[in-house]
Design a protein around this ligand. Structure first.
Ligand code: 8IG
Length: 280
């Protein structure tokens, strides 16, 4: 099986954009779709959106595609599907994510984004489950990402690659999302390495430096998307108040549970937003 093959990105001489190009070629072969217009990474809580946005053309295990690896959390491997909207827009829905805390390196973390760009996608929609710092937010609430603070001390950019991140999280796409749901609030996403949740002191630090959302993904992916020339929309599902915000302890079980309860509502919202996106 292809899942048993070594990951080409683990070869230090590999060129990440070349591995992404071969992944995109494999996706074209598996889907019969030459180009995708929009790509969507589904984080915890957002999984049901794939079924709601359009007609599934093809679905396969991410491990069928070069550079993708089985997730660390056991269970079924993440899947990738190609969906076509009524408008004819092709959407690549990625249900697999490699986290920075898995220690496979940043190349593996952003491979799905680079692959999405190589399939032709001009818009990258990144979703995640995260902790909320704003007291007015409740578990199960979706929020827009307006900007980020990257506390991983890592970058997907290699060498002296200077990429402008002003307006990384597209104002056009945030406006479009708010036209679908005017109640959507927004905030600054702070990426920590994890996999531990923050201490209350770390959450207070994140707040003091301008953060509103704490998570373990998205920022590195967004940087890679911008490097690839894509327009980025970021959405967080607040699954828990960040540590120390309410005084309750955080549990992975509660986080999963909050995601499950919110899933139908936010997935429907995401589907409505994606249908409205026009590709530049
Ligand atoms: I779901 O509170 C989820 N992911 N860093 N902090 C961080 N990541 C998270 C959290 C959280 N909740």
């Amino acid at each position: 099986m292809s899942s048993a093959l070594p990951n080409p990105l683990d070869d230090p001489t590999a060129v990440p954009t070349e591995v992404a190009a071969s992944a995109a070629a494999r996706i074209a072969e598996l889907t019969g779709v030459e180009r995708h217009d929009i790509a969507l990474t589904l984080g915890s809580g957002w999984g049901k959106a794939a079924e709601l946005i359009g007609t599934t053309v093809a679905e396969f295990a991410a491990t069928e595609v070069p550079g993708f690896s089985a997730p660390v959390v056991p269970g079924h491997p993440g899947s990738i599907r190609s969906v076509v909207l009524e408008s004819g827009t092709h959407v690549l829905v990625i249900g697999a994510r490699t986290h920075f805390y898995e220690d496979h390196g940043v190349r593996r973390v952003v491979h799905s984004v680079r692959t999405a760009a190589a399939t032709g996608a001009k818009v990258m929609v990144l979703t995640n489950g995260a902790g909320g710092i704003k007291r007015s937010w409740h578990a199960g609430q979706p929020v827009l990402i307006s900007d980020h603070i990257n506390l991983t001390a890592a970058s997907p950019l290699e060498g002296a690659t200077f990429v402008d991140l002003t307006d990384l999280y597209s104002a056009r796409l945030r406006d479009l999302a708010r036209s679908v749901d005017p109640s959507l609030d927004e905030g600054v996403y702070v990426q920590f390495r994890g996999p531990h949740f923050e201490t209350p002191a770390e959450v207070q630090m994140a707040k003091a430096i301008g953060g509103h959302i704490v998570g373990m993904s998205t920022a590195l992916e967004a940087i890679a998307a911008r490097e690839a020339g894509m327009e980025v929309l970021g959405l967080s599902l607040i699954t828990n108040p960040a540590a120390g915000i309410t005084g309750d302890a955080l549990s992975h079980i509660d986080v999963i549970q909050a995601g499950k309860v919110a899933e139908p509502v936010i997935s429907a919202l995401l589907a409505r937003i994606v249908k409205e996106i026009t590709v530049p």
